[in-house]
Design a protein. Structure first.
Length: 309
Protein backbone atom coordinates (compact mmCIF):
# COMPACT_ATOMS: atom_id res chain seq x y z
CA UNK A 1 0.00 0.00 0.00
CA UNK A 2 1.29 3.46 -0.94
CA UNK A 3 0.38 6.01 1.76
CA UNK A 4 -0.71 9.42 0.55
CA UNK A 5 -1.75 12.75 2.05
CA UNK A 6 -3.75 13.71 -1.06
CA UNK A 7 -7.19 14.87 0.20
CA UNK A 8 -9.31 12.58 -1.97
CA UNK A 9 -12.64 14.17 -2.82
CA UNK A 10 -11.31 17.64 -1.95
CA UNK A 11 -8.56 18.12 -4.53
CA UNK A 12 -10.19 20.81 -6.67
CA UNK A 13 -10.21 24.55 -6.00
CA UNK A 14 -13.52 25.42 -7.64
CA UNK A 15 -15.70 28.44 -8.22
CA UNK A 16 -18.83 28.56 -6.07
CA UNK A 17 -22.38 29.47 -7.21
CA UNK A 18 -21.95 32.98 -5.80
CA UNK A 19 -18.89 33.50 -8.02
CA UNK A 20 -20.88 33.12 -11.24
CA UNK A 21 -22.00 36.38 -12.90
CA UNK A 22 -25.67 37.25 -12.30
CA UNK A 23 -26.48 36.76 -16.02
CA UNK A 24 -25.05 33.24 -15.87
CA UNK A 25 -26.96 32.36 -12.70
CA UNK A 26 -30.20 33.65 -14.21
CA UNK A 27 -29.61 31.66 -17.41
CA UNK A 28 -29.12 28.47 -15.41
CA UNK A 29 -32.27 29.11 -13.36
CA UNK A 30 -34.25 29.66 -16.57
CA UNK A 31 -33.06 26.27 -17.79
CA UNK A 32 -33.83 24.73 -14.40
CA UNK A 33 -37.30 26.28 -14.38
CA UNK A 34 -36.98 27.53 -10.82
CA UNK A 35 -34.57 29.44 -8.63
CA UNK A 36 -31.53 27.62 -7.25
CA UNK A 37 -32.10 26.91 -3.56
CA UNK A 38 -28.87 25.01 -2.95
CA UNK A 39 -25.55 24.54 -4.74
CA UNK A 40 -23.16 21.83 -3.57
CA UNK A 41 -19.71 22.02 -5.13
CA UNK A 42 -18.20 18.72 -6.31
CA UNK A 43 -14.63 19.11 -5.17
CA UNK A 44 -13.01 15.99 -6.57
CA UNK A 45 -10.82 16.30 -9.65
CA UNK A 46 -8.15 18.84 -10.52
CA UNK A 47 -9.76 21.68 -12.46
CA UNK A 48 -10.94 25.06 -11.09
CA UNK A 49 -14.13 25.41 -13.12
CA UNK A 50 -17.57 25.57 -11.51
CA UNK A 51 -18.96 22.06 -10.95
CA UNK A 52 -21.95 21.81 -8.63
CA UNK A 53 -25.11 19.87 -7.97
CA UNK A 54 -27.87 22.48 -8.11
CA UNK A 55 -31.18 21.94 -6.33
CA UNK A 56 -34.11 24.10 -7.37
CA UNK A 57 -36.78 25.49 -5.09
CA UNK A 58 -39.12 22.80 -6.47
CA UNK A 59 -36.64 20.01 -5.65
CA UNK A 60 -35.32 19.55 -9.19
CA UNK A 61 -31.63 18.62 -9.30
CA UNK A 62 -29.05 18.88 -12.07
CA UNK A 63 -25.28 18.87 -12.30
CA UNK A 64 -23.77 21.95 -13.95
CA UNK A 65 -20.26 22.83 -15.06
CA UNK A 66 -19.27 26.36 -16.07
CA UNK A 67 -16.09 28.16 -17.05
CA UNK A 68 -15.27 31.63 -18.32
CA UNK A 69 -14.35 31.66 -21.99
CA UNK A 70 -11.88 34.47 -21.25
CA UNK A 71 -10.43 33.86 -17.78
CA UNK A 72 -10.62 30.05 -17.96
CA UNK A 73 -10.41 29.37 -21.67
CA UNK A 74 -8.61 26.03 -21.34
CA UNK A 75 -11.31 24.71 -19.04
CA UNK A 76 -14.17 26.21 -21.05
CA UNK A 77 -12.75 24.50 -24.14
CA UNK A 78 -12.47 21.23 -22.19
CA UNK A 79 -16.12 21.47 -21.12
CA UNK A 80 -17.13 22.24 -24.70
CA UNK A 81 -15.23 19.19 -25.89
CA UNK A 82 -16.79 17.05 -23.18
CA UNK A 83 -20.26 18.14 -24.29
CA UNK A 84 -19.43 17.28 -27.91
CA UNK A 85 -18.31 13.81 -26.95
CA UNK A 86 -21.20 13.17 -24.55
CA UNK A 87 -23.58 14.02 -27.40
CA UNK A 88 -22.23 11.22 -29.61
CA UNK A 89 -22.22 8.47 -26.97
CA UNK A 90 -24.73 5.75 -27.90
CA UNK A 91 -27.60 4.74 -25.64
CA UNK A 92 -26.60 2.32 -22.93
CA UNK A 93 -23.23 3.89 -22.10
CA UNK A 94 -22.86 4.12 -18.30
CA UNK A 95 -22.57 7.90 -18.17
CA UNK A 96 -24.80 10.73 -16.87
CA UNK A 97 -27.00 11.99 -19.70
CA UNK A 98 -26.22 15.35 -21.31
CA UNK A 99 -29.16 17.72 -20.79
CA UNK A 100 -28.07 20.97 -22.42
CA UNK A 101 -25.24 23.38 -23.15
CA UNK A 102 -25.27 27.16 -23.34
CA UNK A 103 -22.96 30.12 -23.70
CA UNK A 104 -23.92 33.20 -21.70
CA UNK A 105 -21.93 36.38 -21.00
CA UNK A 106 -18.77 34.68 -22.27
CA UNK A 107 -19.26 31.64 -20.03
CA UNK A 108 -19.70 28.10 -21.35
CA UNK A 109 -22.28 26.00 -19.48
CA UNK A 110 -22.79 22.25 -19.50
CA UNK A 111 -25.57 20.39 -17.67
CA UNK A 112 -26.01 16.67 -17.11
CA UNK A 113 -28.60 14.71 -15.22
CA UNK A 114 -28.22 14.44 -11.46
CA UNK A 115 -27.36 10.94 -10.24
CA UNK A 116 -27.88 9.79 -6.65
CA UNK A 117 -24.47 8.26 -6.09
CA UNK A 118 -21.15 8.41 -4.26
CA UNK A 119 -17.50 8.17 -5.21
CA UNK A 120 -15.60 4.95 -4.47
CA UNK A 121 -14.14 4.78 -0.99
CA UNK A 122 -10.48 5.62 -0.58
CA UNK A 123 -8.63 3.45 0.19
CA UNK A 124 -10.35 1.37 -2.48
CA UNK A 125 -12.47 -1.59 -1.36
CA UNK A 126 -13.07 -4.84 -3.22
CA UNK A 127 -16.80 -4.21 -3.65
CA UNK A 128 -16.29 -0.76 -5.14
CA UNK A 129 -13.66 -2.12 -7.53
CA UNK A 130 -15.99 -4.92 -8.62
CA UNK A 131 -18.73 -2.41 -9.47
CA UNK A 132 -16.37 -0.07 -11.31
CA UNK A 133 -14.78 -2.97 -13.16
CA UNK A 134 -18.16 -4.31 -14.28
CA UNK A 135 -18.96 -0.83 -15.58
CA UNK A 136 -15.72 -0.72 -17.60
CA UNK A 137 -16.48 -4.10 -19.16
CA UNK A 138 -20.02 -3.08 -20.05
CA UNK A 139 -18.75 0.20 -21.46
CA UNK A 140 -16.24 -1.59 -23.71
CA UNK A 141 -19.00 -3.81 -25.08
CA UNK A 142 -21.33 -0.88 -25.77
CA UNK A 143 -18.60 1.26 -27.32
CA UNK A 144 -17.29 -1.31 -29.78
CA UNK A 145 -17.15 -0.23 -32.53
CA UNK A 146 -16.41 3.34 -31.45
CA UNK A 147 -18.38 6.32 -32.79
CA UNK A 148 -16.58 8.19 -35.56
CA UNK A 149 -14.54 11.37 -35.33
CA UNK A 150 -12.17 10.44 -32.50
CA UNK A 151 -8.37 10.15 -32.51
CA UNK A 152 -6.82 6.71 -32.26
CA UNK A 153 -4.80 5.55 -29.27
CA UNK A 154 -1.83 5.06 -31.58
CA UNK A 155 -1.98 8.76 -32.53
CA UNK A 156 -2.74 10.01 -29.03
CA UNK A 157 0.17 8.18 -27.39
CA UNK A 158 2.72 8.72 -30.17
CA UNK A 159 4.85 11.18 -28.17
CA UNK A 160 4.80 9.28 -24.89
CA UNK A 161 7.70 6.84 -25.47
CA UNK A 162 9.94 9.84 -26.24
CA UNK A 163 9.29 11.23 -22.75
CA UNK A 164 11.82 8.68 -21.49
CA UNK A 165 14.58 10.62 -23.25
CA UNK A 166 14.38 13.23 -20.48
CA UNK A 167 13.45 11.05 -17.50
CA UNK A 168 16.14 9.93 -15.03
CA UNK A 169 15.37 6.35 -13.98
CA UNK A 170 17.73 3.43 -13.22
CA UNK A 171 15.86 1.27 -15.72
CA UNK A 172 14.87 4.04 -18.09
CA UNK A 173 16.34 2.38 -21.18
CA UNK A 174 14.49 -0.89 -20.52
CA UNK A 175 11.23 0.89 -19.78
CA UNK A 176 11.54 3.03 -22.90
CA UNK A 177 12.17 -0.07 -24.99
CA UNK A 178 8.90 -1.49 -23.65
CA UNK A 179 7.00 1.76 -24.23
CA UNK A 180 8.21 2.01 -27.82
CA UNK A 181 6.29 -1.18 -28.64
CA UNK A 182 3.01 0.52 -27.72
CA UNK A 183 1.42 0.91 -31.19
CA UNK A 184 0.47 -2.71 -31.81
CA UNK A 185 -0.58 -3.08 -28.17
CA UNK A 186 -3.03 -0.16 -27.85
CA UNK A 187 -4.64 -0.38 -31.29
CA UNK A 188 -8.31 -1.37 -31.43
CA UNK A 189 -11.81 -0.24 -32.34
CA UNK A 190 -13.26 0.52 -28.90
CA UNK A 191 -13.95 3.97 -27.50
CA UNK A 192 -11.66 4.27 -24.45
CA UNK A 193 -12.35 6.90 -21.76
CA UNK A 194 -8.64 7.09 -20.65
CA UNK A 195 -9.38 9.05 -17.43
CA UNK A 196 -11.06 6.33 -15.38
CA UNK A 197 -10.29 6.90 -11.70
CA UNK A 198 -12.17 7.32 -8.43
CA UNK A 199 -13.08 11.01 -8.79
CA UNK A 200 -14.72 10.30 -12.17
CA UNK A 201 -16.75 7.29 -10.99
CA UNK A 202 -20.24 7.37 -9.48
CA UNK A 203 -21.47 4.33 -7.51
CA UNK A 204 -25.25 4.15 -7.24
CA UNK A 205 -27.22 2.57 -4.37
CA UNK A 206 -28.18 -0.38 -6.59
CA UNK A 207 -24.49 -1.33 -6.94
CA UNK A 208 -24.05 -0.12 -10.53
CA UNK A 209 -21.56 2.52 -11.60
CA UNK A 210 -21.37 5.44 -14.01
CA UNK A 211 -18.37 7.24 -15.49
CA UNK A 212 -18.08 11.04 -15.73
CA UNK A 213 -15.79 13.59 -17.40
CA UNK A 214 -15.66 12.41 -21.01
CA UNK A 215 -13.03 14.91 -22.14
CA UNK A 216 -10.37 12.61 -23.55
CA UNK A 217 -11.92 9.52 -25.21
CA UNK A 218 -9.93 7.85 -27.99
CA UNK A 219 -10.23 4.68 -30.06
CA UNK A 220 -8.11 1.77 -28.91
CA UNK A 221 -7.95 -1.69 -27.38
CA UNK A 222 -11.02 -2.73 -25.37
CA UNK A 223 -9.04 -3.58 -22.22
CA UNK A 224 -7.18 -0.27 -21.73
CA UNK A 225 -9.73 1.36 -19.39
CA UNK A 226 -9.98 -1.81 -17.31
CA UNK A 227 -6.23 -1.71 -16.68
CA UNK A 228 -6.08 2.05 -16.02
CA UNK A 229 -8.84 1.59 -13.43
CA UNK A 230 -6.50 -0.63 -11.38
CA UNK A 231 -3.84 2.02 -10.65
CA UNK A 232 -5.70 3.46 -7.65
CA UNK A 233 -6.72 0.08 -6.18
CA UNK A 234 -3.17 -1.24 -6.64
CA UNK A 235 -1.78 1.77 -4.76
CA UNK A 236 -4.37 1.30 -2.02
CA UNK A 237 -3.27 -2.29 -1.43
CA UNK A 238 -5.78 -4.44 -3.34
CA UNK A 239 -4.62 -7.60 -5.13
CA UNK A 240 -5.03 -6.39 -8.69
CA UNK A 241 -3.10 -9.33 -10.17
CA UNK A 242 -5.81 -11.68 -8.90
CA UNK A 243 -8.35 -9.27 -10.35
CA UNK A 244 -6.61 -9.39 -13.74
CA UNK A 245 -6.51 -13.19 -13.72
CA UNK A 246 -10.30 -13.38 -13.32
CA UNK A 247 -11.18 -10.43 -15.56
CA UNK A 248 -13.20 -11.03 -18.76
CA UNK A 249 -11.07 -8.60 -20.78
CA UNK A 250 -7.70 -8.56 -19.02
CA UNK A 251 -7.23 -12.28 -18.38
CA UNK A 252 -6.61 -12.92 -22.08
CA UNK A 253 -4.18 -10.05 -22.61
CA UNK A 254 -0.56 -11.26 -22.86
CA UNK A 255 1.39 -10.27 -19.75
CA UNK A 256 3.97 -8.54 -21.91
CA UNK A 257 1.30 -6.33 -23.48
CA UNK A 258 0.16 -5.17 -20.05
CA UNK A 259 3.78 -4.33 -19.20
CA UNK A 260 4.15 -2.31 -22.40
CA UNK A 261 1.10 -0.22 -21.56
CA UNK A 262 2.23 0.28 -17.96
CA UNK A 263 5.64 1.44 -19.24
CA UNK A 264 3.94 3.88 -21.59
CA UNK A 265 1.71 5.35 -18.87
CA UNK A 266 4.58 5.46 -16.39
CA UNK A 267 6.43 7.84 -18.70
CA UNK A 268 3.41 10.15 -18.86
CA UNK A 269 2.94 10.35 -15.08
CA UNK A 270 6.67 10.72 -14.44
CA UNK A 271 7.01 13.62 -16.87
CA UNK A 272 3.78 15.25 -15.67
CA UNK A 273 4.69 15.04 -11.99
CA UNK A 274 7.89 16.99 -12.66
CA UNK A 275 6.02 20.03 -14.02
CA UNK A 276 5.39 23.12 -11.84
CA UNK A 277 2.34 23.04 -9.59
CA UNK A 278 -0.39 25.23 -11.13
CA UNK A 279 -1.97 27.65 -8.63
CA UNK A 280 -5.45 26.57 -9.75
CA UNK A 281 -4.79 22.89 -8.95
CA UNK A 282 -2.53 22.49 -5.89
CA UNK A 283 -2.80 18.70 -5.65
CA UNK A 284 -2.44 17.59 -9.27
CA UNK A 285 1.33 17.01 -9.22
CA UNK A 286 1.13 15.05 -5.97
CA UNK A 287 -1.59 12.86 -7.49
CA UNK A 288 0.47 12.29 -10.62
CA UNK A 289 3.57 11.48 -8.54
CA UNK A 290 1.57 8.98 -6.50
CA UNK A 291 0.33 7.23 -9.64
CA UNK A 292 3.90 7.27 -10.98
CA UNK A 293 5.18 5.52 -7.88
CA UNK A 294 2.38 2.95 -7.92
CA UNK A 295 2.98 2.03 -11.56
CA UNK A 296 6.75 2.03 -11.13
CA UNK A 297 6.56 -0.50 -8.29
CA UNK A 298 3.89 -2.54 -10.11
CA UNK A 299 5.90 -2.78 -13.30
CA UNK A 300 9.07 -3.69 -11.41
CA UNK A 301 7.23 -6.46 -9.62
CA UNK A 302 5.73 -7.82 -12.83
CA UNK A 303 9.13 -7.76 -14.59
CA UNK A 304 11.01 -9.27 -11.66
CA UNK A 305 13.15 -6.17 -11.20
CA UNK A 306 14.54 -5.40 -7.71
CA UNK A 307 12.19 -2.57 -6.73
CA UNK A 308 11.10 0.60 -8.53
CA UNK A 309 12.79 3.97 -8.44
Amino acid sequence: MFPTVIPHGRTARRLAWAHLPPLVRRAIERRLGTRVAEAVSQDGGFTPGFASVLTGADGTRIFVKAASVKAQRVFADAYREEARKLAVLPAGVPAPRLLWTDEVAEWFLLATEYVEARAPHRPWRDGDLAAASAMAVSMAETLTPAPGGLDSAVEEFASWPGLWNRIAHPRGAEIQALAERYAEIVAGDTLVHTDIRDDNILLRPDGTALLCDWNWPIVGAAWLDSLLLLIGPRGDGLDVEAHIAAHPLLAGVPADHIDVFLALVLGYFTASAEQPVPPTSPHIRAAQAWQRDVIDHWLAERRGWPGGR
